[in-house]
Design a protein around this ligand. Sequence first.
Ligand SMILES: Cc1cc2nc3c(=O)[nH]c(=O)nc-3n(C[C@H](O)[C@H](O)[C@H](O)COP(=O)(O)O)c2cc1C
Length: 295
Amino acid sequence: MKIGVLIGSITGNTEHLGNQIIKKLQDLDGTLKFDTLMINQEMNKMNTTEQYEYPNYDAYVVGTYTDFLSIPILVRQYFEKMPPTHIKNKLVLTFSTHGFTTGHTGQALQQLLISMGAKPISHIVTKYPDNYVHLPFILPLYLKKVQKNSDPEFDSKCIQFVNTLKSGKFPEITTKYNSKNVSKDVQRQKKQVKDHFIVQDSCVGCGTCVENCPSAIISLKDGKAVFTEQDKCVGCYACFQKCPVNAVVDEKKTLVNKLQYKYDNSYIVEKPKSNFMFKAIIFVTFMMLTVMLLK
Ligand SMILES: Cc1cc2nc3c(=O)[nH]c(=O)nc-3n(C[C@H](O)[C@H](O)[C@H](O)COP(=O)(O)O)c2cc1C
């Protein structure tokens, strides 16, 4: 059987979890074949060719990172544009990663898939390093938590997926798509990304941000990156995270973190541009920790 794996991942955490799931499913049933598609890159391609070229998959594994307590706009857009026939009546195993707290990411992802007639069963959720908020003082404590926080039902959820797929008997799903929740999520997320990004003079015109922007709203002009339609920005931070010379900056958020998890429990951390707000928050965090330790 052929399984389509669709992953929304910017810094690699969700891709890492997706690979763990594929490995487990392959161990459980060696006959399963997997194709992995990265949603962000597919979106970028689609903006020029506008198509979903899919083989007829028997089932899907779908994963996303958490964006302001829900599924990111780019993942939502991807499924909203997808022809429903691709996924209708197909069994889906969903998963997500988050840094601090997941909010209702799993629920929102499953509701979206159900609205397309898909049959999501279980949802695997795991804490990873937060690529949005930079908390240097508590990073060592946080790391311990990340290690402990893998889904305790990881194995059983994978087994359930394989057994259900083999049996061909998919569960009846009744959860309704809550459009009120969706519009609240989108409003909150849009507010956070409006006109945030600028390209500094240090840009070397390598085109990495152009290649990685899921909305295809960055182009090269006179050897430098320029944002063409910032109102179409989905706030994924791929431009910021992937820029090799840190030329793309978020003007409004200074807590944004350039942090990569290397999967061997070590990190590459780049400190964001420091300013007064940032220092004030670090100071307050530090004071709170000191008070807690002294208690
Ligand atoms: C714009 C943005 C918003 C985020 N919002 C949340 C959030 O609400 N809750 C949370 O726990 N993590 C949040 N995160 C952190 C990511 O979900 C988390 O680090 C995730 O593992 C990143 O996955 P990736 O490496 O696959 O991109 C946010 C990250 C970004 C870029």
